[in-house]
Design a protein around this ligand. Sequence first.
Ligand code: XMP
Length: 335
Amino acid sequence: DWNMPDYISEAVEKIRAQVGTDDVILGLSGGVDSSVAAALIHRAIGDQLTCVFVDHGLLRLNEGKMVMDMFANNLGVKVIRVDAEDQFMGHLAGVSDPEQKRKIIGREFVEVFDKESGKLVNAKWLAQGTIYPDVIESAGKGKKGQTIKSHHNVGGLPEHMKLSLLEPLRELFKDEVRKLGVALGLPHDMVYRHPFPGPGLGVRILGEVKKEYADLLRQADAIFIEELRNTPYEATIVPGFDQDAVPKNWYDATSQAFAVFLPVKSVGVMGDGRTYEYVVALRAVQTQDFMTAHWAHLPHSLLGKVSNRIINEVRGINRVVYDISGKPPATIEWE
Ligand code: XMP
């Protein structure tokens, strides 16, 4: 149980000693681990760090803007944002098999990242947000579709670069990474976010991925997340129970929550007219380890409000359903 300011100064000294005056590249995904790694390394070496943020067009609503605001504008971190939406959509066109989609997204990601990194000719280090559970896991078998982690071999980068790995979070558990992030000045809400898969909305749009579908899904998903955050979690607090451990709202009371786009149309009615539009499924789970999960018993009033808002606000969606499948036998993601 270490003291956070002491931990930060130790970690900062260690990074400085390791890299000296060399330049460092980091792939920023917007997730907790790479964000905390970026904030820590920036604290240590400032402008010697350059982050590469690949927007594959399968991110959540306003995600790219949020990442740029937080890192480039607020923290003053050097971030190169690569808008690769067209490239990804182009390669995904006509592909509906889930594993094939994952492979394409992973491959294109490495391509784009390597191409950008290759321009940073003075870089000697590749930083990653590897945390202790990843170290344990990669001693066993790898996680599916871990795109940035496939850089362990740094195979695709130009030969002259010969990057060494910098992994300042290697000894930390997730809860320690979060505390570190807050201590480094990252916003609480960003550090306590639900996990988001590397292939992003690509595995939440069933079958073929299209920009039109991604745009509808982003809007529906943002409404769901906003309502989860805005709905208080009413729990009866047992005397003596740690009040800080009680979630304040339904976002914090769930482990992962998101919308899924179903490319099927059903009939609806709006005003005097008949509609024929797409379906969105809502998924919210509670889990300790993501290996097994229960569907969250969200209040009916919350589900009703989310459904009304999605159908009224998202043109192109006229039906919302709630996923009540556990894992196993279902998985958390639909693909
Ligand atoms: P499943 O769907 O297998 O998901 O029950 C378990 C956890 O893993 C996440 N997940 C992924 N993360 N790349 C990732 O980085 C992937 O391809 C991937 N697939 C699933 C999922 O969001 C959940 O947290």
